[in-house]
Write a new protein. Structure first.
Length: 189
């Protein structure tokens, strides 16, 4: 497993170097959005309206953070299960989104869009929401404030820890990791 540092927004050429299983520390600007925000983004696109942020090269973190404690920019910020964004992700990837952060497997349509667009799907550690929040330097609601925790936020992060789950070539760590584990416990040994 390699440890890599990346600055966001991403240069897609650098993403091609990542491999499923790589440990990555992200520094820079990322955005938050969950299923209701994704639905609204796609509806805006279909009406020909501009999005509230430049989707090209962007990373969207699937999170609905807890309220911030005094002196902190954000509360606990653990990943949301990603499959809920699967109906919307391919369209955003086709517009140039470079990465997504969440947890859990993705649909075949999302995997195809990742490969087609040279994007990457990262996993954040579920259950480590308070630890992840320490990497968030600032948070600002930029759209859909009425959604509360699910509003779109612009985050500035420093060394946000993630793992490459699906790389730009389509290698899926969930599948590969499971296969490697099953080989390691092969009962025919």
């Amino acid at each position: 497993m390699r440890q890599i540092r990346l600055d966001a927004p991403f240069d897609k050429e650098k993403l091609k170097e990542l491999r499923a299983g790589d440990s990555v520390l992200i520094t820079g600007t990322i955005y938050t959005a969950r299923d209701q925000a994704h639905k609204r983004l796609v509806e805006m696109l279909r009406r020909g309206e501009p999005l509230p942020f430049d989707i090209r090269g962007s990373i969207i973190y699937y999170v609905g953070p807890a309220p911030a404690r005094p002196g902190r920019p954000i509360g606990s910020a653990g990943p949301t299960t990603s499959y809920r964004m699967d109906p919307y992700a391919p369209e955003l990837l086709d517009l140039g989104q470079a990465g997504m952060i969440g947890k859990g497997p993705r649909s075949a349509a999302v995997k195809e869009a990742i490969v087609r667009n040279g994007a990457v799907y990262f996993a954040a550690i579920g259950g480590a929401a308070a630890l992840i929040a320490r990497s968030i330097v600032s948070a600002e609601v930029i759209a859909f404030e009425d959604l509360g925790a699910e509003a779109i936020r612009k985050l500035e992060v420093r060394d946000l820890p993630v793992t490459v789950v699906i790389d730009a070539a389509g290698r899926d760590q969930y599948r590969v990791g499971r296969e490697e584990y099953l080989k390691s416990i092969d009962i025919r040994k």
